[in-house]
Structures are given as C-alpha cells and as structure tokens.
Design a protein around this ligand. Sequence first.
Ligand SMILES: [Zn+2]
Length: 289
Amino acid sequence: MLRGSDSYRARRPWPRATQSAPDRTRTLPATCAGHLRHEEPALPPEKSVTAENRLLAALPPAERRRFLAGCEQVGLAFTQVLVEPGDSVRHVYFPTTGSVSLVMPIEGHAGLEVGLIGDEGMLGSSLALGVQVAALRAIVQGGGFALRMKAVPFQRELLECPALQDLMKRHVQALMWQIAQTAACTRFHTLEARLARRLLMSQDRAHSGGFHVTHEFLARMLGVRRVGVTRAATLLQDRGMIRYSRGDVTIVDRAGLEAASCGCYRACKEIYARTLGRCRRLPASRDAG
Ligand SMILES: [Zn+2]
C-alpha cells in the first residue's frame, strides 16, 4: 500500500487564477465543473446560492446583518486559484457551498494540500492577525459559491466587532490544528486511509452524497502519483464504500468510509466542534443595535 512519501513531481503548473474570475457572479452560465486542462473554469449550478457560511451564522444577528451587507456573492469554479503565496490578501472569502484547498508549494513538486476550507471556515484569516500577505496557495476544490468582502472593510469590521474578532481567533486556532493534523497524517497514515479521510471532508463541505473531483486533483492534493490514488479509490470502491465515474464521486457507505479513514478525520471534526461550537454564545458588541 502506498504511503504519503510516494511523492508526485509536478509536470504542469496549476492554472493561474483569474483573479477576476470570482467577480463572475451567478449571472454567468451555470455548467459542470472544469478539469485540470487549463480550461476556463466553469461555475456551479445556480441552485446553490441560498446556503450560508456557518462562521458568519455564529455572529450575533445584528452584526451578522451588517457584515453580510458588506459582502458580495461570487462563484467558485473547480481548480480556480484564488490566491498565491506572496500575493496581497485583497479579499476574504466565506464559502457557502464551495470549498477551497490550502496548498503549500514545494520546489519541484505540485505542492501539498495542508487544509480544506468549506462553510465551516473562511479564507483570508491572516488579516485578523495583521498579516496582509498570503502564505499558501488557495485553490477551489469544490465548485460552489462564497461570500466575499474586500480586505479594507473586513479589517474595519474587525475593529468594530468584538464578536468577529473572537470568531477569527477561534477559526485561526482550528485551522492551525487542521494544518498540523494534516502534516502528521501525511507522514504516518496510509494513502487509502488518507483518501477516505479526504473524501469524507469533501462530502462534509459539499453537503451532498456526491461531488466532483478527479483522480489527478486528488493525487496533487495528497502529494502522490495518480496511479496511487486510482489504486486506493478502486479498493474503496471494491469494498462498496464509494462509486467513482468520470470524476464524479458518490459516497455509498459513509460509515464504512469513516471506518476506513484514519483517526485524523474524527479528530479534526472534534477540534472544530470544540473551538467553534461555542461561537453562538458570543456577546454582541454594544453598538450592534
Ligand atoms: Zn490521518
């Protein structure tokens, strides 16, 4: 069985972000997700625009309304790069139905996914620490939608909203924990277990039994060769846990997949629940109305 050290040397770069791509809102055509062939990324179906981001849902009602008034909704297209390491953080993103991989680039390799952000989190939390330069590549792994705010008004909101400050601190802590867990998982756990974990994480953020992700994308995220992912996915499919066809994954037996996953999946869920589960008790700021 392959392990995480079975590294995969990059042969092709990621499609560079069309920084303007997130500006394409739901008025654009809704088609299926694109692939890694440098096609123009496609936006997800329009039906997904009603969901919410759970971080923002944890804000007190008046502050949430004020914050949402400063956001715009943008589409997230599969494989779209939102930010590269060293870029200025121009926006924060709060996924509602999409999800974003955080990738640490390594010289000579495609990089390694060290975190996954969905509607439980946000992209750009370094601004809450006063850091305006991105450290990681952010690439869309699940097409969908996000609420987006420019950096300057977000920092203004931080100053005016203690509940948002508290939320950001908790989120940064949970994200740091996820990154550390991923590092340990990559070193010590089998590829089959890591793949099971990764598929569960994708399903959690897709809020659906099925989602789109290619073997090539998974191989890049997991830092292994594509043949390794194909082999591990075949094992999971043969055991009746998933169905995979042309990039469309369906979780058939979630309990079985959880059993096949390493303990990192449950550990990560628990730390998020502990760190962010109390957010609904945050006090409102005095001037929040
Ligand atoms: Zn693990």
